[in-house]
Design a protein around this ligand. Structure first.
Ligand SMILES: Cc1cc2nc3c(=O)[nH]c(=O)nc-3n(C[C@H](O)[C@H](O)[C@H](O)COP(=O)(O)O)c2cc1C
Length: 331
C-alpha cells in the first residue's frame, strides 16, 4: 500500500499528494485550482493579478469544485509595489481562507510573522541555495527550489535542478519542493531521489484542459521538441524560455518584438488570440516532455501513479543488483 504518510509537505499542506500546480498569474484561477485540489494535489490561486472581489469570485469557483485544501500565492515583487493591494490580499487571505500561503520573487520576511500569527504555513520559491538558506533563516516552513530548467524567469547562471537539489539537501533542514523540468511521476521520483519531498509543475498545467489560454498555445507546447532562452535583461527576469520557432528565434536575436518585454503592447492581444507565429509561447524546458493536453485532475493522478510505479521499479533493482550482472558470470 502506497501512501505519503510521513511526508512533511503533505503534513503542511493538508493535501493527499505533495504535487503542486505552480502559480501562473493568468491561469492560476478557480477552474484549474479547483480541479487540482479536488484530485488531491496542491492547487494555488494567484493573488497579485486580481482585485479582491474578483479574487473572492475565483475562490468561490474553487470551493464549488472542491472542499479539499488549496493555497494562495503571493508574488512579492509585484505586490510590494502596490501596498494597498498587498495589504488587502494578505488581510483577505489570512481571514480564515487557507492554511497555506506560498510566496515567490522577493523577501518573504515581510509576510512571515502575519502568516504565522494566523496559524498558516508558508513555502517560498527560491532559485539558489543562498536564497533558500535565507528563507529558512527567515522562518518559512519549506522552500520550493527552482532549477534553471524552469519556466518563467531565471537568473543567468542558475544551477539546474540535478545539481541544485543535491547541493541544497545537505544544507537545509526544512522540506524541499522541486521545480523545473518536472511533468510526471518519473521526474517526481527523480526529484525525491535527490532530496525533494514534493514537486511544483508549471508548464505541465499550461497544457491542461482547465488552462484558459488559447488551444494553439497548448498545442505548441505539445508539439515542442526544442526551447529557446531569451535574454530579457531585467533584474527580476534575466532570462526566459519559449518554444523555439521562427518568431522566438527572431525575438532572441532582437529582430522582432520587444526583447526586454516580449509581452508588451500588441503582443499580449496576439498571445490571447493564439497567434503563436507572432507571440511567444513561454514555457519551461519541460515543454519537450509534454505530449498531450490533459484534464488537470488526470495530471495529478497520473503523476502520483507513475511516481509509485517508478519507486516500485527502482526498489526491484535491489534484487537484480545482488545477482551476477552478466549471464556468463552466472554460469
Ligand atoms: C508561461 C509562464 C508564465 C509564468 N508566470 C508566472 C507568474 O505569473 N508568477 C509566478 O510566480 N510564476 C510564473 N511562472 C513560473 C511557474 O510558477 C513555475 O515556477 C515554473 O513554471 C516551474 O517550471 P516548469 O514550467 O518547468 O514546471 C510562469 C511560468 C511559465 C512557463
Amino acid at each position: 500500500m502506497h501512501s505519503f504518510e510521513g511526508n512533511r509537505v503533505t503534513r503542511h499542506t493538508g493535501t493527499e499528494f505533495p504535487v503542486f500546480q505552480a502559480p501562473i498569474g493568468l491561469i492560476s484561477r478557480g477552474a484549474l485550482v479547483g480541479a487540482v485540489s479536488a484530485a488531491g494535489g496542491v492547487g494555488l490561486l494567484e493573488t497579485g493579478s486580481l482585485p479582491i472581489p474578483q479574487l473572492q469570485a475565483e475562490f468561490d469557483i474553487v470551493r464549488d469544485r472542491s472542499n479539499r485544501p488549496f493555497g494562495l500565492h503571493f508574488l512579492i515583487a509585484a505586490l510590494e509595489r502596490r501596498p494597498e493591494q498587498e495589504k488587502a490580499a494578505l488581510d483577505w487571505a489570512l481571514d480564515g481562507r487557507t492554511k497555506l500561503i506560498t510566496t515567490g520573487y522577493g523577501d518573504p520576511t515581510r509576510y512571515i510573522k502575519r502568516i504565522k500569527d494566523a496559524g498558516a504555513v508558508t513555502y517560498h520559491l527560491t532559485e539558489t541555495l543562498e536564497e533558500a538558506l535565507r528563507a529558512e533563516d527567515a522562518g518559512v516552513d519549506g522552500v520550493v527550489l527552482g532549477g534553471a530548467e524552469k519556466g518563467g524567469g531565471n537568473g543567468a547562471d542558475n544551477l539546474h535542478t540535478f545539481a541544485l537539489l543535491q547541493q541544497a539537501r545537505k544544507r537545509l533542514s526544512i522540506p524541499i519542493v522541486a521545480t523545473g523540468g518536472i511533468v510526471d511521476g518519473y521526474g517526481m521520483a527523480a526529484a525525491f531521489a535527490l532530496g525533494a519531498e514534493g514537486v511544483w509543475m508549471g508548464t505541465r498545467f499550461i497544457a491542461s484542459e482547465e488552462c484558459p489560454w488559447h488551444d494553439n498555445y497548448k498545442q505548441a507546447i505539445v508539439e515542442a521538441d526544442e526551447v529557446i532562452s531569451i535574454d530579457i535583461g531585467s533584474r527580476l527576469i534575466p532570462k526566459m524560455r519559449a518554444v523555439r520557432n521562427t518568431f522566438s528565434e527572431a525575438v532572441a536575436r532582437g529582430e522582432a518584438g520587444d526583447k526586454s518585454n516580449p509581452y508588451a503592447g500588441d503582443a499580449m492581444k496576439l498571445f490571447y488570440e493564439g497567434r503563436t507565429d507572432l507571440a511567444l509561447v513561454g514555457c519551461g524546458e519541460s515543454a519537450v516532455l509534454i505530449d498531450k493536453v490533459k484534464p488537470a485532475g488526470d495530471i495529478v493522478r497520473d503523476t502520483v501513479a507513475e511516481f509509485w510505479g517508478e519507486i516500485d521499479r527502482l526498489s526491484s533493482l535491489r534484487g537484480v543488483a545482488s545477482r551476477p550482472l552478466t549471464p556468463a558470470a552466472e554460469a
